[in-house]
Design a protein around this ligand. Structure first.
Ligand SMILES: Nc1ncnc2c1ncn2[C@@H]1O[C@H](COP(=O)(O)OP(=O)(O)OP(=O)(O)O)[C@@H](O)[C@H]1O
Ligand SMILES: [Mg+2]
Length: 353
């Protein structure tokens, strides 16, 4: 059994606390993605799990055992970095085999293991090549192979795809997902790309300034964001946030338009932010919001429009077949059932579940 628990994990560099009491419980075989803006503490968290960074306070537990004081190599963990350090003068076989350097096994056993891993990664034909003779994606696979060869209980990935071009990135993302279902090991994957997070994760951990904002499945964080930060971080283009206040059974938007939001009772006059995703804000001749399109981005199936509604910029979706143009007036409708409500000051969601 090897679940991973982070218990009140704290990291300080000198006087500066960069991680504040992180708590997380990852199940065996789970794929968890840590996501958040630059500097929020993703790599630090990963490095503390790996044992590359000292724990200031709290505990890292693997399989029920506190590993705070164990050396990285004693933790049964393998890590793949953004700048996958593969050795240019070594063949693919030796690069992958490097992960077995300290393992107690015969040369034949090691070679058999390298062949097995190369098979899984589809690199059998490439084993005698040098890194310079490989594509970027193949090099990345060598780095993953080196991590796999020791059969670790936990894989840690720190932005392993960020040096790849967009197409290769999508392809490697799929490969990592397949690899996960094949080997069934716990994987903790760091990225600041929310699409990568949504597509790979069983659960997403959204971080900001050394705090966890929300932990949930991709559907949970998308459909029930805990606060405005998560609401705007997950989903592209970002969710619109509109100033509003509660008024009887309805929500009155900043421009005076009223939206009925079923199942919500708030004190009259309570200031809120109403969140609405661009895909839930569509052309509607009787809609509550009217404005002029400042930018129209035809995407084929639909057109993204940026609309100036009384000085507030709103992102919405319009027809792909008859795309509107910049300068056109447009009327947008929204349904209260699609609306997210947040406290105006704290940004915390006012809906449960
Ligand atoms: N060795 C260090 N000494 C002092 N501060 C550090 C050190 N390493 C990291 N930090 C600080 O800790 C915070 C978290 O850094 P971390 O590298 O974990 O961020 P990150 O989420 O991985 O960001 P990125 O997406 O840019 O990789 C940052 O404010 C960073 O400046
Ligand atoms: Mg980082």
């Amino acid at each position: 059994m090897s679940n991973l628990i982070l218990r009140d994990l704290v990291k300080r560099y000198g006087d500066v606390e960069v991680l504040h009491s992180i708590n997380l419980d990852v199940a065996e075989g789970e794929f968890v993605v840590l996501v958040g803006p630059s500097g929020c503490g993703k790599s630090t968290t990963l490095r503390m799990i790996a044992g590359l960074e000292e724990v200031t306070d709290g505990a890292v537990e693997i399989g029920g055992r506190v590993v705070n004081n164990l050396e990285p190599k004693e933790r049964n963990i393998a890590m793949v970095f953004q700048n996958y350090a593969i050795y240019p003068h070594m063949s693919v076989r030796r690069n992958i085999g490097f992960g077995l350097k300290t393992a107690k096994a015969t040369k034949a056993e090691k070679n058999a293991r390298i062949d097995e891993v190369a098979g899984i990664l589809g690199m059998t034909e490439l084993l005698e090549r040098k890194p310079a003779q490989l594509s970027g994606g193949q090099r990345q696979r060598v780095a993953i192979g080196r991590a796999m060869v020791r059969d670790p209980a936990v894989f840690l990935f720190d932005e392993p795809l960020s040096n790849l071009d967009a197409q290769l990135r999508t392809q490697m993302r799929l490969e990592i997902k397949k690899l996960h279902s094949r080997v069934g090991k716990m994987m903790i994957f760091v990225t600041h790309d929310q699409v990568e997070a949504m597509t790979l994760a069983d659960r997403i951990v959204i971080m900001r300034d050394g705090h966890i904002q929300q932990v949930g499945t991709p559907a949970e964080v998308y459909h029930s964001p805990a606060n405005t930060f998560v609401a705007q971080f997950i989903g592209a283009p970002a969710m619109n946030l509109l100033a509003a206040e509660a008024s009887g059974d309805t929500i009155r938007l900043w421009n005076g338009a009223e939206v009925a939001v079923p199942g919500v009772t708030l004190a009259d006059g309570r200031k809120i932010q109403l969140g609405i995703r661009p895909e839930d804000l569509t052309e509607d001749p009787g809609g509550a919001l009217e404005g002029r399109i400042t930018v129209a981005e035809p995407l084929g199936a639909e057109t993204l429009v940026y609309v100036d509604v009384g000085g507030q910029e709103i992102t919405a979706t319009a027809s792909g077949r008859n795309p509107p143009k910049a300068g056109d007036m447009i009327r947008l409708g929204l349904s209260g059932t699609d609306a997210h409500l947040f406290d105006a000051d704290s940004g915390i969601s006012l809906r449960q579940g």
